[in-house]
Design a protein around this ligand. Structure first.
Ligand code: MG
Length: 161
């Protein structure tokens, strides 16, 4: 018998480069650097999508949206999350809550957290109170700490509706 709850974990990291748009959790942030990638490189939405897909036992985003597919270049990563939510729902799962942590030395994220939570709640079809967004630095350690990258961890709980 299937358990009535499933938990999923997502992780992503992207290189930060000058002159790229900086879109995090679906919110565009003024920044001199942005995540490099095939799509809009939204590291938070990629981690969220993988958490959803993992919880639902579905293939990961690299399989659903290959970064070798030219038609996906510059794509809004909201499309990825939207598909993950729809596929999880098709299997009878609803989102209980999402929690994520962004790791970055730059740009400064804290003032954008309310907008990120609102956008994530909209994408997942849940209340803002079901979404957690936190940001921290890496204290000058590793690639993130040196400001060369931005990473995100996400956890999602799904339940049987
Ligand atoms: Mg990614």
């Amino acid at each position: 018998m299937q358990a009535p709850f499933r938990v999923g974990l997502g992780y992503d990291i992207h290189r930060l480069v000058p002159g790229r748009r900086c879109v995090l959790a679906g919110v565009e942030i003024p920044s001199e650097v942005g995540p490099e990638g095939h799509s809009d490189a939204d590291v938070a939405l990629h981690a969220v999508a993988d958490a959803l897909l993992g919880a639902a036992g579905l293939p990961d985003i690299g399989q659903l949206f290959p970064n070798t597919d030219p038609s996906l270049a510059g794509m809004d990563s909201a499309r990825i999350v939207d598909r993950a939510v729809r596929e999880a729902r098709a299997l009878g799962w609803q989102v209980g809550n999402l929690d994520l942590t962004l790791l970055a030395e730059r740009p400064k994220i804290v003032r954008h957290v309310p907008a990120m939570k609102a956008r994530l709640a909209q994408l997942l079809g849940v209340e803002v109170a079901q979404v957690g967004v936190k940001a921290t630095t890496s204290e000058g350690l590793d690639a993130v700490g040196e400001g060369r990258g931005i990473a995100c961890h996400a956890v999602v709980l799904l339940f049987r509706a």
